[in-house]
Design a protein around this ligand. Structure first.
Ligand code: E4P
Length: 216
């Protein structure tokens, strides 16, 4: 499973990229609004830092506007994936842009059939939001299972990107189900490498080594 960071915070993106474990980044207008500076410049900088796909979202609501914005994003760097929200206008824009070989991430997916429609329109990724479903007491990971089942039934090549991840268990479940990508906040990314027993184990080994290291 690929690990993406769901952030526009360059220091965190740089650190994860240096670790060699970062396969891509997802941004959205809300994430960009939390950072300093001009948002397009920020996306351009992120696209230089990371080799993998960088999602950048359109903010118009009609297909024509989405296509225009999508073409602008795609011109910026070869690894930019245009993020288009799920809607009838969005589906039209996905069809038009994908025919021009522009990669699309269809975002704000909350039902399995929305995911199937986005895939049929030509999206290369779909982003179901698991955390936001959990927030309203609908089990988000069940949506992932259903989309994976449907994509397997019809050998759909579109990648399933698990979005709106809130905690490490979402990542674990996504990997067990066979999702293609998990995009996560920095705190979740960091927590994946941690386990209290690992910390206790390291502490004990170091303490025991102190006892014997000067033995003749
Ligand atoms: C994904 O691409 C979205 O940017 C993101 O995962 C949304 O997460 P949120 O529900 O925590 O805002």
């Amino acid at each position: 499973m690929k690990f993406f960071l769901d952030t526009a915070h360059v220091p965190h993106i740089r650190e994860a990229a240096e670790l060699g474990l970062l396969d891509g980044v997802t941004t959205n207008p809300s994430l960009l609004s939390k950072e300093e500076g001009e948002p397009r410049e920020l996306v351009r900088e992120i696209a230089k830092l990371v080799e993998g796909p960088i999602s950048a979202e359109v903010v118009t609501l009609d297909a024509e506007g989405m296509v225009r914005e999508g073409l602008e994003w795609a011109k910026m760097a070869s690894n930019i994936v245009v993020k288009i929200p799920m809607s009838i206008e969005g589906l039209k824009a996905i069809r038009t842009l994908s025919k021009q070989d522009i990669k699309i991430n269809c975002t704000l997916i909350f039902s399995p059939i929305q995911a199937l429609m986005a895939a049929k329109a030509g999206a290369s990724m779909v982003s179901p939001f698991v955390g936001r479903l959990d927030d309203i007491q609908i089990p988000g990971m069940e949506l992932i299972q259903q989309i994976l089942e449907i994509f397997a039934n019809y050998e759909v090549g579109t990648e399933l990107l698990v979005a709106s991840i809130r905690h490490p268990l979402h990542v674990l479940e996504a990997a067990r189900m066979g999702a293609d990508i998990a995009t996560m906040p920095w705190a979740v990314f960091q927590s994946l490498a941690k386990h209290p027993l690992t910390d206790i184990g390291i502490e004990r080994f170091l303490a025991d080594w102190e006892k014997v290291k000067n033995r003749p």
